[in-house]
Design a protein around this ligand. Structure first.
Ligand code: ADP
Ligand code: MG
Length: 742
């Protein structure tokens, strides 16, 4: 390549036909395109006219081998080959070669399409001459300097063209193109690259007689060329999905330049002499394989982020102006569309709070940003309030996770939860204010339920009995219609009521209880507890439920009064503080002005005197109110206790009722019917005796507290209770006998 070479015209060679290359340059996105293949024949005086013939359109080469020309030709049988190409360049000037092979590829690269031009062929056939040309002669410059020139970057030509490359190595020049629009507003720009590949010699081993190091090198080069071939064959096969690009450096480097979205051109350099025909054949075969490869050229379009931001800023400014015009046309006072600052957000927060409190009727709509912030502040306020409520609850109560059985059992041990797992004062998830559904109440755990029944009753009875005289007070709310004994004393009436409720529980219910009679036939499957509980509250539980509700309303009323009193106390306290401050002020004034003393007595002015009186009065009020509050608190505590007791009883009785109604065998139901021997609510049968004891125990305790002033009556009631117990027992047994006889 070092030697100066001027295009030579073969003596007898066919005339060069100007190549129309209509297929080139019409690349559009999405259209598949074949690799363009050209053949450049190195000028020679010894052109093999007999063997190399070009087609009339200069788009094919026919090779004819005379059998006797050489021994051992590749294929003994075949002597003729025809290769279809995109053009044959015979005795073509560098100018024409560039025009034909490279010009459109470079032009398209400037429009954003990647391009690859490869020179392939035997060493000395003119690859480097074609690609780089000669540095000494401007006319003989090759594709690379011309491409740079076309891209208006000929400044760097010199340094590149100085690079000489060995015929045993591949040489890839890559020109990176990045084209921005001259109009600043266009944020789109294109990038592309042009790969100019001067491949190593393609000649076969053995022919050049390479040995040793050179042989090794040649093997290596040929290996990479054969990998290139494999990649190209794969690219040419439409069915192949995997292209072996990773096999060697060459194919790896050309990965995105072979096929793909490139415009691709292969220029095969051949000798025109007969002596090189074998290699020429091989080079032409490579070219024809390359022709099968198709590519899909596409523009590499990118967006200039900086320009885009600038454009958007411009657009924003314009829209703001537009908005301002609209506002002024609509007579709207100057509306600010900027992001809100902290003060504005705080103002919105306070608006939202006032709105939630009810002190603000509406929040005016100003603009989108403000509406969004209002919603945002709603969320802020909501989450704050949730936290406040939770922490307030935590200050007041110990909250237990309902699924945390360990915690529940611990609390149970501590006595905060009743035996059935009802968390005192806690509504349960079933929505009937009962607490956790006891496991013992579930079907299939019937026996356990019965076992705990007595415990429940006796414990609650004892608690009630032992509580205080007010137990009676509490229960007298539930005064029954049927009083057994007329009595003149108020206390007596109470006691009778209690006795009737607590100890004559084995008596059948009066048959005038309409709801009891209307009870529908027992369903085959028990109703869900929440539903059953509603029924229970209307039926047997109506009385206790009423008391429960009454107690609750009393409790609430006391609580309300306590809170009002607290408020008054706080108001008084505030006034006291104000008065104290005013007094101090007066005192300091007096001290400043000089004090009067009259016979050891302090003289003060009227204002100060009135303040002292006022403070004294306020202190008195404070003390009174405070005493009231203490009383109220005691009452509340007590009422709370009653409410808890009622709830417990409601629950216990409900459980009994539920079990009786849905789990007791049919034949025993008879005894439960009105007129039957067992008062509903007091089964299980086997427990009747002990039940009686419990009730009696309870009653006697109650009696002794309620009637401390009438000790004589205690003996009477004890006797009465025993008699009634016996009576009830007999009745029950009779009822059972009857039931069994049936
Ligand atoms: P390759 O790179 O294929 O091994 P070169 O480009 O180095 O071959 O060419 C070998 C010699 O032939 C160089 O001296 C070069 O100037 C000359 N040569 C090749 N092709 C032509 C041509 N078309 N016209 C004139 N001289 C040529
Ligand atoms: Mg070379």
């Amino acid at each position: 390549m070092d030697e100066e070479a001027a295009p030579k015209r073969g003596k007898n060679g066919p005339k060069f036909h100007c190549l129309p290359h209509s297929t080139q340059g019409s690349a559009r996105m999405g259209t598949r395109k074949k690799v363009h293949t050209f053949v450049r024949v190195k000028p020679t005086d010894d052109f093999a006219h007999e063997m190399i013939k070009y087609g009339d359109d200069n788009k094919s080469i026919d090779i004819h081998l005379k059998k006797d020309t050489r021994r051992g030709v590749v294929n003994n049988q075949q002597t003729d080959w025809s290769f279809k190409l995109d053009g044959v360049l015979h005795n073509a000037s560098q100018d024409l070669v560039y025009e034909t092979v490279a010009k459109d590829v470079v032009a398209q690269a400037l429009d954003g399409y990647n391009g690859t031009i490869m020179c392939y062929g035997q060493t000395g056939a003119g690859k480097t001459y074609t690609m780089t040309g000669t540095t000494e002669n401007y006319k003989h410059r090759g594709i690379l300097p011309r491409a740079l020139q076309q891209g208006e970057t000929n400044r760097i030509i010199a340094s590149h063209t100085m690079n000489k490359n060995s015929s045993r190595s591949h040489c890839i020049f890559t020109i990176y193109v990045e084209a921005h629009s001259r109009t600043l507003s266009d944020e789109k720009y294109i990038t592309s690259k042009i790969n100019l590949v001067d491949l190593a010699g393609s000649e076969r081993l053995g022919k050049s007689g390479s040995e040793g190091r050179v042989l090794k090198e040649a093997t290596y080069i040929n290996k990479s060329l054969s990998f290139l071939e494999q990649a190209i064959i794969a690219l040419g096969d439409q069915k192949r999905e995997h292209i072996p690009f990773r096999q060697c450096k060459l194919t790896h480097a050309l990965k995105d330049s072979l096929g793909g979205n490139c415009n691709m051109v292969l220029l095969t350099n051949i000798y025109g002499e007969a002596a090189q025909l074998e290699e020429t054949l091989s080079s032409l075969r490579f070219a024809s394989r390359m022709k099968l490869v198709t590519t899909e050229p596409a523009i590499n379009e990118k967006y200039d982020a900086e320009r885009m931001v600038k454009n958007l800023e411009k657009e924003l400014a314009l829209l703001k102006q537009e908005l301002a015009i609209h506002d002024s046309l609509a007579n709207r006072t100057l509306v600010n569309y900027d992001p809100m600052d902290e003060i504005q957000i705080a103002e919105i927060n306070s608006q939202v709070r006032r709105y939630l409190e009810g002190t603000l009727d509406e929040i005016d709509i100003i603009n989108l940003r403000q509406i969004q912030e209002v919603f945002n502040q709603f969320r802020v306020v909501l989450s704050q309030q949730e936290q406040e409520v939770e922490s307030a609850l935590r200050r007041k109560y110990t909250l237990i996770d309902k699924n945390d059985f360990a915690a529940i059992s611990a609390v149970q041990k501590a006595g905060l939860v009743d035996v059935d797992g009802h968390l005192v004062g806690e509504p349960d998830g079933q929505g009937f204010g009962l607490g956790v559904t006891p496991f013992s109440a579930k079907p299939g755990k019937k026996s356990k339920s019965k076992k705990t029944f007595k415990e429940q009753l006796s414990s609650s009875a004892r608690k009630e009995g032992a509580s205080s005289p007010v137990s009676g007070k509490e229960l007298d709310v539930s005064t029954s219609k049927t009083q057994l004994t007329p009595s003149s004393k108020e206390g007596d009436v109470k006691d009778m009521t209690i006795r009737e409720r607590e100890t004559s529980s084995l008596e059948p219910l009066p048959s005038d209880s309409p709801k009891e009679e209307l009870r529908p036939p027992r369903p085959s499957t028990p109703p869900p507890k929440p539903v059953a509980f509603e029924d229970f509250k209307n039926e047997r539980g109506s009385e206790i439920n009423r008391i429960f509700k009454e107690n609750k309303s009393i409790l609430n009323e006391r609580r309300k009064r306590a809170s009002e009193t607290t408020q008054r106390i706080n108001a008084i306290k505030r006034e006291m503080d104000v008065t104290k401050e005013a007094l101090n002020f007066q005192k300091s004034l007096r001290e400043k002005q000089g004090e009067y003393e009259n016979k050891g007595l302090m003289i003060i002015d009227e204002e100060e005197f009135l303040l002292i009186l006022k403070l004294k009065d306020l202190k008195k009020q404070y003390r009174t109110e405070y005493q009231d509050l203490r009383d109220l608190r005691a009452e509340i505590q007590y009422c709370q206790h009653l409410v808890d007791q009622c709830r417990h009883r409601l629950l216990t009785e409900f459980d009994i009722w539920y079990n009786e109604s849905f789990f007791i065998p049919e034949d025993l139901q008879v005894a439960l019917k009105p007129g039957g021997s067992i008062r509903p609510g007091m089964v299980p049968v086997s427990r009747i005796m002990s039940l009686g004891e419990d009730a009696q125990d309870k009653f006697s305790q109650l009696q002794q507290v309620v009637l401390p002033e009438g000790p004589d009556s205690v003996a009477f009631y004890n006797a009465k209770v025993k008699t009634e117990q016996k009576h009830n027992y007999l009745k029950t047994m009779m009822g059972l006998h009857q039931a069994h006889r049936k």
